[in-house]
Ligand binder design. Structure first.
Ligand code: GLV
Length: 363
């Protein structure tokens, strides 16, 4: 072989994919049909621990993790043979992306297919927290409904309601999901205010919302919904100071990442009536909840099910598997989120590794 020339494509049957927990069969079937050797961590329902993950990542060609698996620089560096990480999630804050890029490891996600499903769930939380649906359901189940009354379980209007005032929906982050949430607000005749850290252009182009600064959004909104990725800048973007300027009737909804909100400060704000209610699908220390949150009646709490519809989770599994297969072949993954990796020497060295070539002939 001429120096620098790529080896002939290795047959996939010699290549290994490690899936960190069971995913919908559509994904694993696709991987298995390629001939690749697929290992799915069963772990009796538990996620692999750090040392399990370290052993797995060092002995596979492609890793297909869930959002619960933390892949830091140290772990990624322990896998010189790894050809890629195909995350089974749209978010990728569980992976140290700069480290992966530097090490020449392509990383992909599963965007788009979950946009509408997650926007639907955001609205379920918004309506559920605003109109106290869970509290009312609990009230019924406890047998507390003995006599109807005009003051029973009063909540917040989403549409103009009795006072005829159009309500303000504040959306923080106007990516695909934020925009899908804004689209649904038209049906409730709301004014939509958006603070998009990426600038106002996308918001203006959508014709769906008015771009505003964060302080205006916090002050003016009746409902506030979070749609930013978790980064060092968005961590605790909503803390005690931000909660203090919200309306006492405000409802906060979070379907993005838990740590965007300072959860201890939120408990204080909900308990003291600084804001009316919260609908949460994600938690700062997931799966744990900050002490006090679960006891508050003015919360609707879900276990991170934003994209949890049957068809969407199946589509995510297929996308993750498709990305993994491209990585196994050393080809660009369709949903790569660090595409610069393909220009670097570190990636070229990985796909040309002599041991990778040898492995393909001696499985
Ligand atoms: C879910 O939170 C995802 O990022 O896919």
């Amino acid at each position: 072989m001429v120096e620098g020339e790529l080896p002939p494509a290795a047959p996939l049957m010699a290549r290994r994919v490690f899936v960190t927990r069971p995913i919908p069969a559509a994904g694993t079937d696709l991987l298995a049909a390629s001939g690749a050797r697929v290992t799915v961590w069963s772990g009796r329902g538990d996620a692999p621990r750090a040392d399990d993950l370290r052993a797995a990542i060092a002995a596979t060609d492609v890793l297909l993790p869930l959002l619960t698996e933390e892949l830091d620089a140290d772990l990624l560096a322990a896998a010189p043979q790894l050809l890629g990480v195909a995350n089974h999630a749209a978010g990728h804050d569980n992976i140290d992306l700069p480290a992966a890029t530097e090490l020449g490891i392509p990383v992909s996600n599963t965007p788009d297919v979950l946009t509408e499903t997650t926007a639907d769930l955001t609205w379920a939380l918004l309506l559920g927290a605003g109109r106290r649906i869970v509290e009312a359901d609990r009230f019924m189940r406890l047998g507390n409904y003995r006599l109807w009354g005009p003051q029973l379980l009063l909540g917040e209007d989403v549409s103009p309601g009795g006072d005829g005032r159009r309500k303000n929906l504040g959306i923080i982050g106007f990516g695909r999901i934020g925009e899908a949430v804004a689209r649904r607000a038209r049906g409730f005749d709301m004014n939509v205010l958006v603070h998009h850290p990426g600038g106002p252009e996308r918001v203006m182009a959508s014709g769906l919302a008015q771009p505003v600064d964060l302080a205006t959004l916090l002050r003016e909104s009746d409902f506030i919904s979070l749609h930013v990725p978790l980064t060092s800048t968005t961590r605790h973007m909503i803390g005690a100071d931000e909660l203090r300027v919200m309306k006492p009737t405000a409802v906060l909804v979070n379907t993005s990442r838990g740590a965007v909100v300072d959860e201890a400060a939120l408990v204080v704000a909900l308990r003291s009536g600084q804001i009316a209610a919260a609908g949460l699908d994600v938690y700062e220390h997931e799966p744990a909840m900050t002490a006090g949150l679960a006891e508050l009646p003015n919360t609707v709490l879900l276990p991170h099910v934003g994209s949890a519809s049957r068809s969407t989770r199946e589509a995510m599994a297929v996308i993750a598997a498709t990305n993994a297969l491209a990585m196994l072949r050393g080809e660009p993954a369709p949903h790569c989120i660090n595409a610069a990796v393909y220009q670097g020497d570190a990636f070229a060295r990985r796909v040309r590794r002599p041991d990778a070539d040898a492995r393909s002939h001696n499985p």
